[in-house]
Design a protein around this ligand. Structure first.
Ligand SMILES: *Cc1c(COP(=O)(O)O)cnc(C)c1O
Length: 397
C-alpha cells in the first residue's frame, strides 16, 4: 500500500526492504541460503536468466545465487531508500563493489580522475592500472583541469581516509560536467551524508564498517540510478562478487539502529577530539568540526556531523613512541578497520596506507606518526582514561 506521506529517514531505516512482511506472515527477514533455485518451467527460467544476467529483475525463478538472492535484494532496497537512490548492488567487500563499478564505468571511458587522499587499497587499485584504466590524481580544486576526453568517472572520498579532509561534492560535480562522480561515503554513512543529493551519480560504502557496525561482516554496496546499478549488476552477474545472504541479513538487521550507533559514537568522538586538541602531548588532531578544518563550510550543509573517526599525531613522533603508545592501550584495540561497536586504532602509514608510495602519502598529508582512531560505543570517559594512561606511559619513557 502506498503511504500518504514520504516517511522520514528513521522510519525508512526501520521499514525499507520489509514492506511485504505482513503479507508474508513474517516479522524478520527470511534468510534464503539457496545456491540454486528450482526451474520446473524451463522457458520461464530461461527468460529470467536472460534478464538477471543483464542486471535486470528476476522474471519468476531466481535461477542461481550469483544472479540474485532475495535476502541480499532486501538489504539493497533498504540501503537505497536511505541514500535516496533508485537501486543498490551489494558485494562481498567494498573493494569488490569498487571494482565492479570501475568495470561498469569503463565503457564510458578508461580514464579516471581521483582526489587524494582516499582509502589505501582504492588508491592502489587505481594507481596500479590493474583494471586497464589510467588515473590522474588531483585535489578537489583540480578536478576540472584533470578531465580528459576519455574520462569515464571521477572518484572522491569524503570524509577522506585517514585525514578526515572534507571534499566538496557539489564543487567536484560542477567541475566534472557530464562525467559521473562516484563518492565513497563510508566514513559518513547515509545518516550524516547523502551524496546523490549533492549531484553525485553513485555512492559507495565499505559496508564492512558502519553499515555492518559490529565488526563481523565483510561487504560493500554501491547505490545510484536504475541504469547505473543495472550496469553494475551486469558486471556482478558475470564476474561474481554478490554478497553472501548471511552478510546481507546482518546488514539489513543493522539498518534500523544505524543512526543510533552513528550519533552516539559521534558524540563520543567529538568529546575525545576536544580533549586531544587541548593536550600538549598531542601535536595535531584531525576532526572536521575542530576550528579551521572545514574551510568550505560543509558541516551543516553537505554533512550533518563530523562522524566518529578522528586522527592525531603525538608531539613525539618517533617510531618507538608510536609503538609504545599503541602497546600501552588497554581498552582500545590496535586493529585496522573502523565503524565497529568497539574503538580501534591504527597507524595508516604502517598499515592501511602502506600500499600508497611514501611521497604520495606525504603529499596527501599522511604523516608517518599519524594514528587513526575509530570511536566505538564504549563510555566516553573510559576511552579518555585509556588514551590518557597511554600518553602518561610514553611521557615517562
Ligand atoms: C575499508 C574501506 C574500503 C574497502 O572496503 P572493504 O570492505 O575492506 O573491501 C573502501 N573505502 C573506505 C573508505 C574504507 O574504509
Amino acid at each position: 500500500m502506498e503511504h500518504p506521506i514520504e516517511p522520514s529517514f528513521a522510519t525508512r531505516a526501520v521499514h525499507a526492504g520489509r514492506e511485504d512482511f505482513v503479507a508474508l506472515g513474517v516479522h524478520a527477514p527470511p534468510l534464503d541460503l539457496s545456491s540454486t533455485y528450482p526451474t520446473p518451467d524451463l522457458d520461464a527460467a530461461a527468460r529470467s536468466f536472460d534478464s538477471l544476467v543483464m542486471g535486470d529483475e528476476p522474471l519468476g525463478s531466481y535461477v542461481y545465487q550469483r544472479l540474485f538472492n532475495p535476502t541480499t535484494d532486501r538489504f539493497e532496497r533498504g540501503l537505497a531508500a536511505l541514500e535516496g537512490a533508485q537501486d543498490a548492488a551489494a558485494f562481498g567487500s567494498g573493494m569488490a563493489a569498487l571494482t565492479a563499478t570501475l568495470l561498469a564505468a569503463k565503457s564510458r571511458g578508461t580514464h579516471v580522475v581521483a582526489v587524494r587522499p582516499m582509502y589505501g587499497t582504492a588508491d592502489h587499485l587505481l594507481t596500479s592500472g590493474l583494471l586497464g584504466m589510467t588515473v590522474t590524481w588531483t585535489t578537489q580544486d583540480g578536478v576540472g583541469a584533470a578531465m580528459q576526453g576519455d574520462t569515464g568517472l571521477v572518484v572522491i572520498e569524503t570524509p577522506a581516509n585517514p585525514t578526515l579532509t572534507l571534499v566538496d561534492i557539489a564543487h567536484v560535480v560542477r567541475q566534472a560536467g557530464s562525467v559521473p562522480v562516484l563518492v565513497d561515503s563510508t566514513f559518513a554513512t547515509p545518516v550524516l551524508q547523502r551524496p546523490l543529493e549533492q549531484g553525485a551519480a553513485l555512492v559507495i560504502h565499505s559496508a564492512t564498517k558502519f553499515l555492518g557496525g559490529h565488526g563481523d561482516v565483510l561487504a560493500g554496496v554501491v547505490a545510484g540510478s536504475h541504469a547505473w546499478v543495472r550496469d553494475i549488476k551486469h558486471v556482478r552477474a558475470a564476474t561474481g562478487g554478490l554478497l553472501h545472504p548471511m552478510g546481507s541479513y546482518l546488514l539489513h538487521r543493522g539498518l534500523p539502529t544505524l543512526a543510533l550507533r552513528v550519533e552516539r559514537a559521534q558524540a563520543t568522538a567529538g568529546m575525545l577530539a576536544q580533549q586531544l586538541v587541548g593536550d600538549a602531548r598531542i601535536a595535531q588532531v584531525y576532526y572536521p568540526s575542530l576550528p579551521g578544518q572545514d574551510p568550505r563550510g560543509l558541516l551543516g550543509t553537505q554533512m550533518d556531523g563530523s562522524g566518529s573517526v578522528l586522527s592525531f599525531e603525538l608531539a613525539r613522533d618517533d617510531a618507538a613512541t608510536l609503538r609504545a603508545f599503541v602497546t600501552a592501550l588497554r581498552l582500545i584495540t590496535p586493529a585496522v578497520s573502523l565503524g565497529s561497536t568497539d574503538t580501534l586504532i591504527q597507524p595508516p602509514a604502517l598499515l592501511t596506507h602502506r600500499v600508497v608510495k611514501e611521497d604520495a602519502r606525504r603529499a596527501a598529508g599522511i604523516a608517518g606518526g599519524l594514528l587513526r582512531l575509530s570511536v566505538g560505543l564504549e563510555d566516553a570517559r573510559d576511552l579518555w582514561r585509556d588514551l590518557e594512561h597511554a600518553l602518561q606511559v610514553v611521557d615517562a619513557r
